[in-house]
Design a protein around this ligand. Structure first.
Ligand code: MBD
Ligand code: FE
Length: 296
């Protein structure tokens, strides 16, 4: 059975390029890579040509998530699975594959409308080690864990669960959380050792609620925290440790309304189900109304 192996890339539609270039380099430490394509630039996190494509537009939201499969055979098998499930998809043209810096892709949408791409063969530039946008002790946790995790919108969590299960992810409800509108029961799903690559089931206005990246070194998380505090960037939830992935994280505002969750120290995924009502510590709401008013 074909399965996705990692959350490999992401596209973002943004309105303020200068604000994003500054935030991504000086706060997050990502490498900025300019593009020949108008109003487009990339962010690098490792040897991959890029992990994030940003395109200037009128909207601020997620443009697409890219899920990797091993190769061409697995991509064909995935297309068959989508067809059999009655899910519409398009095969990306060779021009589109070139633009994404991959060998092949198909495009579909999850049940909430999240533009979803499945691809194989990313361009990996071994001659271009990461040149971080600020001083950095170490890099980002990527490799076979993918680039991070996304919390996305879902109006029908069961439908979303079935879609991501078809892609080869597994997971379950891992929290019963108090929110201003009642109890939320978010679902967290994994496709490799990263404890979750996708989550949904928390009310979200945008397709993207937050995106989590993980530093290899605690000191880089600390530096990101210092810089964000010095710049007086809003923090939605302050430093705390999640009960499921055990990561020490905080949630920073971005120039686009969604949040970046910056973290360190996550544990690998377990196949056994358990759930939590609270985090280990921290994650108190510091600025409410930023899309994550949950009592952890
Ligand atoms: C997460 O990464 C998260 O964003 C929330 C809300 C709860 C547990 C883990
Ligand atoms: Fe998260």
């Amino acid at each position: 059975m074909a399965k996705v192996t990692e959350l490999g890339y992401m596209g973002l539609s943004i309105s303020d390029a200068d604000a994003w270039k500054s935030y991504a380099t000086s706060c997050l430490g990502m490498e900025l890579l300019e593009s020949e394509v108008a109003d487009t630039f990339y962010l690098r996190m490792d040897y991959w040509h890029h992990r994030i494509e940003l395109r200037v537009g009128s909207e601020d939201d997620l443009a697409y998530l890219g899920w990797r499969v091993a190769g061409a055979a697995e991509l064909s098998a995935m297309a068959v699975k989508l067809s059999e499930a009655g899910i519409a998809y398009k095969v990306g043209s060779s021009a589109e594959a070139k633009e994404r810096r991959v060998l092949g892709l198909i495009k579909t949408r999850d049940p909430a409308g999240v533009p979803t791409e499945i691809f194989y063969g990313p361009q990996v530039d071994g001659h271009l080690p990461l040149y971080p946008g600020r001083r950095m002790h170490s890099g980002f946790v990527t490799d076979d864990m993918g680039m991070g995790h996304a919390l996305v919108a879902s109006d029908d969590p069961i439908a979303s669960y079935k879609f991501y299960e078809l892609l080869g992810l597994s997971g379950s409800i891992e929290y019963h959380l108090k929110t201003p509108d009642g109890v939320a029961k978010p679902i967290f799903m994994h496709c490799n050792n990263r404890q979750h690559s996708i989550a949904f089931g928390v009310p979200s206005q945008k397709l993207l609620n937050h995106f989590m990246i993980e530093y290899r070194s605690l000191d880089d998380l600390g530096m990101a925290h210092d810089i964000i505090r010095t710049k007086k960037i809003d923090v939605a939830l302050n430093l705390g440790k999640h009960a499921n992935d055990q990561a020490l994280t905080f949630y920073s505002a971005t120039p686009s309304g969604w949040l970046m969750e910056l973290g360190w120290g996550g544990v690998v995924a377990s196949s056994q189900q358990q759930y939590h009502e609270n985090d280990v510590f921290g994650h108190q709401i510091e600025v409410s109304g930023m899309g994550l008013d949950v009592e952890l």
